[in-house]
Design a protein around this ligand. Structure first.
Ligand SMILES: [Zn+2]
Length: 401
């Protein structure tokens, strides 16, 4: 086991204090920080002074009736550090910039990735330059955004080499085999970059604002062109040995006896992959624009369901039942405190599919569980926001220091 050195302990404590300040946007006092972080007054005082000197934290005196030196209320300076997020998805390419609270402050939605990764990286670089230029101009042109932008997080579907920064074999992106994406991005932008799966990015974005206790086990169900899951416990995402944890497309659902090319019966992906859902909708007579991209057709299906089209509702209800079966199995495996469901396709399915997902998740443990099952509030930008948050996490998270 590697010994932990004093500077590492110092850096870790600094990140713990910064997190405690960050998740209290209304401001937090030094005495509360001591309790929350389990550190001495002297340690908290030294650390907060350093954070203030670096411009990451702002301290304002609290107005109290007490005599003597007023207590200080500390908050992060949200714009002291910016991160870019890129979501490479078969349906779209999204570039965003977030502040230290992971709030998006600039965004571009680009045409879906093509067969030429270098050209796509060039489009990403140009979009990012455009966002930064706009932010700089909005605030008087002192190039604050260019100076504050620290790096890029990239979220991709499927197989990847996270350490080597390579996209290996993402589904539905035939031009993207063995692409050294991070090298290309660094060369194009001059910025540091990190890579992870879209499912892990989405869950990171959910965990970052501190809306629920960091010690909770959280299960995320991600519904995009395909379906995936991600699990965090104690603030750390379980990625597995090859960053492939949560590839649940071939989880058997037991809903029918159709055989998947993988050899098993009734795999989850056969009910939830966007192409299969659209096939079912067309077979059921739901009129969908044949020329539209899958994401647009799914939006159309969702609109028809919302307008009361029974066939459309039944197709989406089927997706819900399959996701419910998957949730039931995954809840039994991970015993989470809460389940969050989101991803780019979810907003079109949510209204009709959600009850079956909630019911499925609560059937785990013989129905003895009153489990919180909620939809993500981050919408279809969750991949890009999450990707940017991944970069912030690598830079600022105690768990990874
Ligand atoms: Zn299968």
């Amino acid at each position: 086991m590697r010994a932990t050195t004093m500077p590492q302990v110092g850096a870790r404590n600094e990140l713990i204090v910064l997190r405690a300040i960050r998740v209290s946007p209304e401001g937090v006092e030094q005495s509360d920080l001591m309790d929350r972080c389990g550190l001495s007054r002297q340690a908290v005082s030294q650390i907060t002074r350093r954070l203030i000197e670096r411009g990451l934290v702002d301290a304002q005196p609290l107005h109290t009736r007490r005599r003597g030196k007023p207590a200080m209320s500390m908050r992060v300076e949200p714009r002291a550090m910016l991160a870019a997020g890129v979501h490479l998805d078969p349906a779209h390419l999204t570039v965003t910039v977030v502040d230290m609270l992971a709030r998006p402050i600039g965004k571009r939605t680009l045409e879906a990735p093509g067969d030429d990764p270098e050209a796509d990286v060039d489009r990403i670089g140009a979009a990012l330059e455009d966002i930064v230029r706009e932010l700089d101009q909005l605030d008087g042109g002192d190039q604050w955004a260019a100076a504050a932008l620290q790096g890029i997080g990239v979220a991709v579907p499927g197989a990847l080499d996270a350490a080597g920064g390579k996209v290996l074999n993402p589904p539905w992106l035939p031009g993207w085999r063995d692409v050294p994406l991070l090298d290309l991005l660094r060369a194009r932008t001059g910025l540091e970059a990190v890579l992870d799966k879209d499912t892990n990015a989405a869950l990171t974005a959910e965990c970052w604002p501190g809306r629920f206790p960091g010690a909770e086990t959280v299960l995320y169900l991600y519904v995009g062109a395909g379906v995936g899951s991600s699990v965090a416990g104690d603030g750390t995402i379980h990625r597995g040995a090859t960053v492939q944890a949560g590839e649940i497309g071939h989880l058997p659902t037991g809903l029918d006896d159709s055989r998947c090319p993988c050899g098993r019966l009734s795999c989850l992906g056969r009910h939830t992959d966007i192409e299969r859902v659209l096939e079912r909708a067309r077979a059921a007579g739901v009129p969908l624009d044949a020329q539209a991209r899958p994401a647009a057709s799914l939006a159309q299906l969702g609109s028809r369901a919302a307008a009361g089209d029974e066939a459309a509702r039944e197709v989406i209800a089927g997706v819900g039942r399959a996701l419910g079966e998957a949730a039931r199995t995954l809840v039994s495996i991970h015993d989470p405190h809460r389940v969050i469901i989101g991803g780019p396709s979810w907003e079109h399915l949510e209204e009709v599919a959600m009850p079956a997902v909630v019911a499925g998740a609560r059937r785990a443990f013989d129905g003895s569980h009153d489990l919180a099952v909620v939809s993500s509030e981050l919408g279809d930008d969750v991949g890009a926001i999450g990707a940017a948050t991944l970069f912030l996490e690598r830079r600022l998270s105690p768990a990874l220091s």
